[in-house]
Design a protein around this ligand. Structure first.
Ligand code: HXC
Ligand code: NAP
Length: 292
């Protein structure tokens, strides 16, 4: 068995209809592919219809599943409501919402215009709120039970991070939304959870967060105790479990999938990893000698 193997039984998502925002590329596409393989019907949505249609066609051919491409800018509630209606018209119902769409770029915060800051907040926080509200209100109105929302955040949702401040601010809001609604809307049969991925190479993230020479300069695998970046299937395995009925008792949780990356940055003495093995005898002797 390998960590890139597919984890769940083949029919784990049979009968489930899922909306994946930002499903046309990167991690959204990888999760969509696995959901289709597990028997779900998936609607993928973003701003670029041509990209979505190409992805939908590719994934339908590869998996034999049903993938619907719907254009929608998640920043605008009217577009989100229209997208939601299109999915209901095509699939009959929606069972699961995966808020994955995001915008981000690196910049010293003082260089950002007010509009640049807003743009990220609007895609990440307002977009997640818009999709959650549209689906949630509908689930409440129609008394649909056994529904789930999965939000993709980052580990800097709780640590914060320099140079991606709008993204950190927005992801922190998404995490608060996840935990708040996990309690408030549980009575309507909804579950809310989140995944905080560590580095998973995608074109969308890497071109904006590690442009040009930065890719070679900052090898993100080196920041990870397990000394590697994540594989898309590992994330897809976790996401599929978290939206499936197998995780029926999981609610209000954020699961970190980062090989230990954020904790490595947090632990005060983790830097001692730089000490060569052969120095430890000498250091121990020095410390013990203090007792005398
Ligand atoms: C400073 C910038 C900028 C930059 C844009 N702006 N890029 N400011 N530095 N690099 C400013 C613009 O000048 C403008 O402000 C405002 O931001 C909006 O820019 P637009 O280009 O008009 O916006 P839009 O076309 O809506 O594009 C949104 C975008 C873009 C976020 C700027 O990058 C995008 O479409 N991203 C989607 C995909 C993405 O970002 N994926 C990565 C997710 S990775 P003014 O004032 O001039 O009008 C992720 C991973 C986290 O989240 C963790 C990894 C470990
Ligand atoms: P990506 O390929 O750039 O995905 C972002 C997606 O969001 C794109 O498909 C984009 O499609 C869509 N999108 C952006 N703005 C939108 C808008 N206004 N309305 C609707 N859709 C919009 O990047 P990724 O790496 O796969 O990231 C996916 C998720 O994982 C994000 O939430 C990100 O924060 C998170 N994450 C990624 C990593 C990583 O290492 N890759 C680490 C931590 C967290 P269009 O351009 O067609 O609109």
């Amino acid at each position: 068995m390998k960590y890139t193997d597919k984890m769940l039984r083949d029919d784990a998502l049979k009968g489930k209809n899922i909306i994946v925002t930002g499903g046309g590329s990167g991690l959204g596409k990888a999760m969509t592919k696995y959901f289709l393989e597990l028997g779900a019907q998936v609607a993928i949505t973003s701003r670029n219809l041509e990209k979505l249609q190409n992805t939908a066609k590719e994934l339908e051919t590869e998996t034999g599943g049903k993938c619907l491409a719907v254009k929608c800018d998640v920043r605008h509630y009217d577009q989100v409501e229209a997208m939601h209606k299109t999915v209901i018209d095509n699939f009959g119902k929606v069972d699961i919402l995966l808020n994955n769409a995001a915008g981000n770029f690196i910049s010293p915060t003082e260089r950002l215009s007010a509009n640049a800051f807003d743009t990220i907040i609007d895609i990440v926080l307002k977009g997640t709120k818009n999709c959650t509200l549209a689906c949630g209100k509908h689930w409440i109105d129609t008394k649909q039970q056994n529904t789930a929302v999965l939000n993709i955040v980052t580990t800097y949702a709780w640590t914060g991070s320099a140079y991606v401040v709008p993204s950190a601010t927005a992801k922190a809001g998404v995490l608060a939304l996840t935990r708040s609604l996990a309690v408030e809307w549980a009575k309507y049969g909804m579950r809310f959870n989140a995944i905080a991925p560590g580095p998973f190479p995608t074109k969308g993230a890497w071109d904006r967060l590690l442009p040009g020479e930065l890719k070679e300069k900052f090898d993100l695998a080196k920041k990870v105790p397990l000394k590697r970046v994540g594989e898309h299937q590992e994330l897809a395995n976790l996401a599929a479990y978290m939206v499936s009925d197998f995780s029926a008792y999981l609610n209000g949780e954020v699961i970190t999938l980062d090989g230990g990356e954020w904790l490595k940055g947090a632990g005060q003495f983790n830097i001692l990893e730089a000490i060569p093995e052969e120095m430890w005898d000498m250091l121990e002797a020095m410390i013990r000698s203090k007792k005398k």
